[in-house]
Design a protein around this ligand. Structure first.
Ligand SMILES: [Zn+2]
Length: 403
């Protein structure tokens, strides 16, 4: 078989050279890239001046040796499994799906943008995390939407980020966020590094109160050493126990259709310790974990009583559930619609693997034993990507169990 002719497609921010068989795919890559750049500059609040003279020379390659023979891969480019960026040049291996090829082109493009606008992309977690954050997309061409979470596995063949995260969760090897932020420099990224760095970047981009720290960090891209993280920590030091706790929840829940509008966790280190008096609380069915705004002291027993009905879908007919849940479907091993609780300790380990989250069934009533100072969270059991069609609340009472 002869190597395909190289095709060149010229865009505004990219000049693509490729041996992809499909000219349509090559055109769509260029249109996607140009549309993505506008979204990235607005994400980082960059003026159009800052990218006026930036144009990426991109090689998207099926047959790498063909490009090498043409002198299009300089000697300083290391061997890489997926892609590589150097100043305003990027090299990307074409993947078995158009989605994943596009993702990798965008990923390397984000690195190139960081080199151009910020003189560097920061330490590994920040460099790979922001590249993944800005590259993860839905749609393509002019309709591409970056900085989003795919809703459907079938839309993103070979991308595999949530598959990897699921594996990490199943293995019980979810690291603390500090471990992710300490990833050493790598030349050839592995999917786990990409995935967890993406999750960390998503956390800091997903909460408005971290946004300023995240944005000012990108300005320090030149610094890939320990000073970068030290500054990052110091800006958030007062709230770090919340960052760590939110990371633990995110690492547990991040999945297809995850929507920050539904999943931001409202907790505080100044939430008062529960005094044992009854509290009433409504648990919404259309959002993720919810806290009644208290912390539970170590050694306390908490009795929960719950009533109410929620609607979890309308098709083919309304699916109504009460706190025990309905056994027509299971999510995370528990009946759909079940009222569940999570005891989230105020202290999160900073080393080793994070212990699995303590999630338990509440149903109509139950008693929860709390070992260490913790937040007590509730939600209606459903897939994170399937909350949009939920309605209604469970009404619960938190009280001291009879002695
Ligand atoms: Zn990268």
């Amino acid at each position: 078989m002869f190597a395909a002719e190289l095709v060149r497609v010229d865009g505004r921010f990219i000049e693509l050279t490729t041996d992809l068989e499909s000219r349509d795919e090559a055109d769509a890559l260029v249109a996607s890239f140009d549309a993505a750049v506008d979204q990235w500059t607005s994400f980082w609040n960059l003026s159009s001046d800052s990218v006026a003279d930036w144009k990426v020379s991109a090689m998207v390659m099926r047959d790498k040796s063909h490009f090498a023979a043409e002198g299009l891969i300089p000697d300083h480019v290391p061997d890489f499994p997926y892609g590589y960026a150097y100043n305003d040049s990027v090299w990307v291996m074409a993947q078995p799906s158009q989605y994943y090829t596009r993702h990798l082109l965008l990923h390397e493009g984000v690195h190139s943008l960081a080199f151009h606008c910020f003189d560097g992309a920061g330490p590994t977690w920040f460099m790979e995390g922001t590249a993944e954050l800005l590259a993860t997309h839905t749609g393509d061409g002019k309709l591409i939407r970056t900085i989003t979470v795919p809703t459907d596995r079938d839309d993103v063949p070979y991308w595999g980020r949530f598959k990897k995260l699921n594996q990490v969760r199943t293995d019980g090897s979810v690291p603390p966020i500090e471990t992710v932020m300490a990833y050493p420099p790598t030349l050839s990224g592995d999917v786990e590094t990409y995935t967890l760095s993406w999750a960390a970047a998503s956390l800091f981009a997903g909460y408005p109160e971290y946004r300023e720290t995240f944005e000012s960090a990108v300005q320090s891209g030149r610094d890939s050493g320990p000073t970068f993280n030290r500054q990052f920590y110091s800006r958030l030091s007062k709230t770090w126990p919340i960052v760590a706790a939110r990371w633990r929840i995110l690492a547990n829940d991040f999945d297809f259709g995850f929507d920050w509008e539904q999943q931001r966790l409202s907790i505080s280190t100044s939430d008062p310790l529960w005094d044992g008096k009854p509290i009433k609380f409504s648990v919404r069915s259309d959002v993720g974990w919810q806290s009644p705004g208290i912390r539970i002291p170590a050694g306390a027993s908490v009795k929960i009583e719950a009533t109410g009905q929620v609607t979890l879908a309308d098709e083919p007919k309304p699916w109504i559930s009460e706190p025990p849940g309905v056994t027509i479907d299971y999510v995370g091993g528990r009946p759909l619609g079940q009222l569940i609780a999570c005891v989230l300790p105020n202290q999160t380990p900073r080393e080793g693997n994070l212990p699995p989250l303590m999630v338990q069934t509440v149903g109509n009533d139950s008693v929860i034993e709390v070992e260490s100072h913790s937040w007590l969270l509730f939600k209606v059991n459903d897939a994170v990507g399937d909350l949009g069609n939920n309605r209604g609340t469970y009404e619960l009472t938190i009280l001291s169990p009879p002695r």
